[in-house]
Design a protein around this ligand. Sequence first.
Ligand SMILES: [Zn+2]
Length: 268
Amino acid sequence: MTATSSPGTSRADVAVIGGSGFYSFFDEGAAEVTIDTPYGAPSAPITVGDVEGRRVAFLPRHGAQHEFAPHTIPYRANLWALRMLGVRRVFAPCAAGSLTTDLGPGAMVVPDQLVDRTSGRTQTFFDGGGVHVQFADPYCADLRKAASRPGTVEDGVLVVVEGPRFSTRAESAWFARQGWTLVNMTGHPEAVLARELEMCYATIALVTDLDAGIEAGTGVRAVDVFAEFQRNLESLKTLVRSAIAAAPEGPCEACRVHEGVTLPIELP
Ligand SMILES: [Zn+2]
């Protein structure tokens, strides 16, 4: 990182919301942008620079020092700040537990569906007015295609739990019985807030563990999750880099959901 700059001079069209390992992602000359939003400050200053010929904004979801737990992440500020920079496409790499023995640690999955099991998180920008956003398909099909590469699993159901505790064995077994594929704590409300701001959004999940329901032994431990994530970080970064290069430019009709609707707030 070489400089700081103001939101007015830094623009980006693609964003990555991920772990702090992505700081090393940029070509020379990336700059840090400090932004405030009507919803407070985002998790950290945003780094803007060039990746694969695209202008990319990177935001560490948990903060620069990993100071935010999944349930305290300022999700609304994060998405709003990215949109203020001009971002219309968001890739969201994350760690996830697997609910099936078909997917072991190290597998990379681009989910096509989401189940929200969080509670108490604010999951809308629209506190007034009759705005009900389309969310049947929570992820942008174009971005999912851009993130799908040989070796990645091209669909799956991500169930997002409140955390910060891991699931009990009974919860995990129940999720697996529903046919759901992965479990994590940060995939929502990020996805719906992106949709409300008409930003294309896709998750790229790295499996770090077999969740409690299918694991014999002690259950999931945070130390093992972090270690497995670090082990696969370079592969994940390579995948995100190729996804950025393949991300379409120009408007995405499927993620433009407010056509003809008068919104109670003005989007940035
Ligand atoms: Zn889209």
